[in-house]
Design a protein around this ligand. Structure first.
Ligand SMILES: CC(C)(COP(=O)(O)OP(=O)(O)OC[C@H]1O[C@@H](n2cnc3c(N)ncnc32)[C@H](O)[C@@H]1OP(=O)(O)O)[C@@H](O)C(=O)NCCC(=O)NCCSC(=O)CC(=O)O
Length: 490
């Protein structure tokens, strides 16, 4: 047997010993203690106990009790996910490739637009490679020629998406809008006045003291910024308080009509979607526990800062420029994030191997020794990776050494719903649940990427899998997973 195969066989033994190190240490110590007590005999033991002074008893009992009480009082409160709901797209909003491209061809005739036949051919190639399916949806305003991009149409999309998701969530949880203490909303590219948070408060008649925030310009990873913010708010409020988190991207005002390739890409990838989630510090009725939120930023570097950039092209058409280097930048941001979250979630066996490889590379030089990539499959059963585009998912699958099944939720969410920005992670969680794969105690890793450039992640632990969990996948889950070719042939 080769040494690599032998090492592979020994790995489970190594993991068992290192991950249960305390137990491995405690059992012999406890046995030794019992044996020496048995040797001492009851009279001698009683004599030793009587010889104890009150100060010893005080130190032995009071100090640990005081330390334990202090720890319990100071530790952050646990935050739970009561439930979540995603906007369910309607068949009338579908944009099969043919429709999308035909529509784009007609846009070439619109006065002021400079999108041309070449742009349409380019978008055709992008769509064939994008990993999107034929059922993704665009807002009603984009089904018109020319597409409406005005404020009124944009607000209509917002109301349709976020109110449907919130209605669904409130109906599922039985929580009344007046019970919401905090409201955190994120939408990157549309920030009207009054804000989304105001629109929600107005629509649902929420309390006048509901504390609310609208995050804009924060990109696709802002959903986890919202979750982190809601968690922090909840730490400051009485136990049992609730926070409503709403994540979406508004497509209507962002249709690009120029011919800059890097700015045509978002037209092909971004689609309608949104999600609402209810967090609370009460475990009653909770379905998941939030274990970690880790945010990392690489925006101090020029390349990272500019790689997702809203701008006007030379002809004055506004759009989002997606730089070709995005994959490399996302890879670096991921490295920063896994370095930060690894020590918090990985079992001791993986951390020790990582530390040993780090030390070895320092001592013997980094040329001969490959850095050890921790196995995150030891820390999580499920992965929700931002469905930013086919290449984004490919890159993460490779970097984290994940199986096809681990990235299935991301690929299928991209196929069925497109890049729904910060809400994509919730569509993926819904996919895993709709497939009946979530079990009590399972751990989920959500990884979001977005402009800035940011990589944010959150770790959840399942308390109660959903009973009838089809959600946004209700009409199509039986057809998934589907095969997604690298290049779609018509
Ligand atoms: C676009 C793709 C589907 C293309 O698929 P492939 O990799 O198979 O094909 P490919 O690389 O040959 O690209 C096909 C053609 O598109 C061109 N092309 C690709 N990416 C481009 C870009 N960013 N700008 C300009 N052109 C681009 C290539 O040069 C090539 O043209 P030619 O052959 O002529 O040279 C994929 O690369 C992808 O998924 N990219 C990631 C998309 C992305 O950036 N997503 C993040 C969105 S931002 C987000 O989600 C967060 C946020 O907004 O905050």
């Amino acid at each position: 047997m080769s040494s690599a195969a032998q090492l592979k066989r020994l790995k489970p033994v190594y993991q068992c010993v290192v991950n249960n190190f305390l137990l491995v240490l405690a059992v012999p110590l406890a046995v030794a203690g019992v044996v020496s007590l048995a040797r001492v005999g009851p009279e001698e033991l009683l004599a030793k106990l009587q010889a104890l002074r009150p100060v010893h008893v005080f130190l032995a009992v009071f100090l640990p009790a005081a330390a334990a009480t202090l720890y319990l009082m100071m530790r952050p409160r646990a935050v739970y996910l009561v439930d979540y709901a995603c906007f369910r797209t309607k068949a009338s909003g579908r944009v099969p490739f043919g429709t999308f491209l035909e529509h784009a061809k007609l846009v070439t005739f619109i006065e002021g637009a400079s999108i041309d036949e070449r742009s349409v051919r380019f978008m055709t190639r992008l769509l064939e490679r994008s990993g999107l399916g034929e059922e993704t949806c665009l807002p009603p305003a984009h089904h018109y020629i020319p597409p409406f991009r005005n404020l009124e149409a944009s607000r209509e999309e917002v109301e349709l998406v976020i109110f449907s998701a919130i209605d669904d969530l409130l109906a599922k949880t039985g929580v009344k809008p007046e019970a919401v203490d905090f409201l955190v909303v994120n939408c990157s590219l549309f920030a009207p006045v009054p804000s989304f948070a105001d629109m929600i408060i107005h629509r649902y008649g929420m309390r006048s003291d509901v504390r609310n925030v609208h995050l804009s310009g924060m990109g696709c990873s802002a959903g986890l910024v919202s979750v982190g913010l809601a968690r922090n708010f909840l730490q400051t409020a009485p136990r049992g308080s609730t926070a409503l988190v709403v994540s979406t991207e508004t497509i209507t005002p962002n249709y690009y009509v120029g011919k800059e390739r890097a700015m045509l890409l978002p037209n092909c990838l971004f689609r309608m979607g949104g999600a609402a989630a209810l967090l609370s510090t009460s475990p009653a009725k909770a379905r998941f526990r939030l274990s970690r939120v880790v945010r990392t930023l690489t925006g101090a570097q020029d390349g990272a800062y500019r790689c997702v950039y809203q701008e006007e092209d030379e002809e004055g058409h506004r759009g989002i420029n997606l730089n070709k280097d995005l994959m490399t930048i996302a890879g670096d941001a991921l490295k920063a994030n896994i370095t930060a979250i690894g020590p918090l979630v990985l079992p001791a066996s993986e951390q020790l191997l990582f530390a040993l490889s780090f030390i070895a590379r320092r001592v013997f030089g980094s040329k001969g020794i490959k850095p050890y990539l921790p196995d995150f499959r030891m820390a999580f059963e499920h992965f929700c990776i931002h469905a930013g585009g086919r290449a984004v998912i490919d890159e993460l699958q490779k970097s984290l050494n994940l199986s096809d099944e681990h990235v299935e939720a991301s690929r299928m969410a991209l196929h069925r719903f497109g890049n729904t920005s910060s809400s994509s992670l919730w569509y993926e969680l819904a996919y895993i649940e709709a497939k009946g794969r979530m079990r009590k105690g399972d751990r989920v890793w959500m990884i979001g990427f977005g402009s800035g450039f940011k990589c944010n992640s959150a770790a959840w632990e399942c308390i109660e899998p959903a009973r009838d969990a089809q959600g946004p996948w209700a009409e199509c889950i039986s057809r998934y997973p589907v095969d997604i070719p690298d290049v779609l042939k018509h």
